[in-house]
Design a protein around this ligand. Structure first.
Ligand code: SAM
Ligand code: SF4
Ligand code: SF4
Length: 335
């Protein structure tokens, strides 16, 4: 089995299919830094679907069993379903999922994604009231449209629908209880995520983090809760349920209780660079290799090498890092 320097296997691959998005969430693509003149990747720079499939096959040969499509906003990439159909056919791949802001998730689109082969879907939603949500997404996007997207996902027959809420202190912690209450009995797993210092454009400060313990305590002021066992070793969310109610939720404590020791995730950017940590400064370019030869041998050796020398554990070392450190942006590397 391929292990990195800290004995972690490679199990999980996030593929960013585009760096573009129709939202401007302040923690990811703040609108003052992603304005009209922002240079997004050009179409010809992006990996083609054939190339993404070729790289994904090699990752699966090396041990990856789960792939998640993300971005930017993955649903803005044209004909995403044909990529999904290609990936679905890879022998050894056990799970193919998608993360989306759901703005383009009509009932028809949810069904075509399901039929193409997505088995689980994560939808990002940071507040329920129109004003807060409109401010958080940076473009005044209506919350009802995202809630329709969640409903469409629930009706399309995915194995699981999760709703992810990033909690920022002083901005949306008052939405935690309304979100929890809204999703009771709706067959959705809600996950609260600590705001992370990904990239440099969001000007993250430690005080902006509403910590996992604060989220839990706030929920306990209104509801008794019970711990649930992890679904599998290395699950990043700590799982809970509201006692006596049909509502499971998770809390992801990426900042206050990092989980680097179990991190088995690689990321592939839309132009074919591999990143072995969300907080890396640069990636390793595979596109050159892909375009230089039809053979997978050099691709295989390159990924094998970069995983075998991996020693990343940024979150565990966060307090010792310089704030000036250059890190890749989440919208580019794939969240
Ligand atoms: N556009 C899609 C979406 O929003 O679901 C997929 C890409 S987005 C980068 C993936 C996830 O990263 C979203 O759930 C988003 O909330 C999360 N995210 C982005 N920046 C973050 C940050 N600084 N801290 C924590 N989560 C963040
Ligand atoms: Fe777009 Fe997702 Fe980033 Fe928000 S979090 S700006 S929806 S890529
Ligand atoms: Fe994995 Fe890097 Fe996050 Fe640690 S900081 S959990 S190594 S992505």
């Amino acid at each position: 089995m391929l292990l990195d320097k800290l004995k972690r296997p490679i199990r999980d691959l996030r593929i960013s299919v585009t760096d573009r998005c129709n939202f401007r969430c302040g923690y990811c693509m703040p609108k003052d830094k992603y304005g009209r003149d922002h240079q997004f990747l050009k179409r010809k720079e992006l990996l083609t679907f054939e190339e993404i499939e070729q790289v994904a096959r090699v990752f699966v040969e090396l041990g990856v069993v789960k792939i998640r499509l993300t971005g930017g906003e993955p649903l803005v990439r044209k004909d995403l379903e044909s990529l999904i159909q290609r990936l679905k056919q890879i022998d050894g791949l056990q799970d193919l999922s998608l993360t989306t802001n759901a703005s383009l998730l009509s009932a028809k689109r949810a069904t075509t994604l399901r039929e193409a082969g997505i088995n689980r879907i994560n939808i990002s939603l940071d507040a329920l009231d129109a004003k807060t949500f409109g401010q958080l997404n940076g473009v005044g996007y209506p919350v009802e449209d995202v809630l329709s997207g969640v409903k469409n996902a629930c009706q399309a027959g995915f194995d699981q629908v999760k709703v992810n809420m990033v909690v920022q202190a002083g901005r949306n912690e008052s939405s935690i209880l309304p979100m929890l209450e809204y999703f009771i009995g709706k067959d959705v797993v809600l996950r609260f995520i600590e705001y992370m210092d990904v990239g440099n454009t969001n000007d993250w400060q430690n005080e902006d983090v509403f910590k996992a313990q604060q989220i839990k305590s706030l929920i306990e002021t209104r509801y008794p809760i019970e711990a649930l066992d992890a679904n599998y070793r290395g699950e990043v969310a700590r799982r809970w349920k509201l006692s006596g109610l049909p509502m499971e939720f998770g809390i992801i404590s990426s900042v206050s209780e990092p989980f680097c020791g179990e991190c088995s995730r690689a990321r592939l950017s839309a132009i074919g660079e591999v990143y072995t940590c969300l907080f890396a400064g640069s990636g390793v370019d595979l596109r050159g290799l892909l375009r230089a030869s039809d053979s997978d041998v050099s691709l295989f050796e390159s990924i094998q090498h970069l995983w075998s020398v991996r020693a990343d554990r940024y979150s565990e070392l966060r307090s010792h890092q310089s704030p000036a450190r250059q890190k890749v942006e989440m919208s580019y590397i794939g969240g």
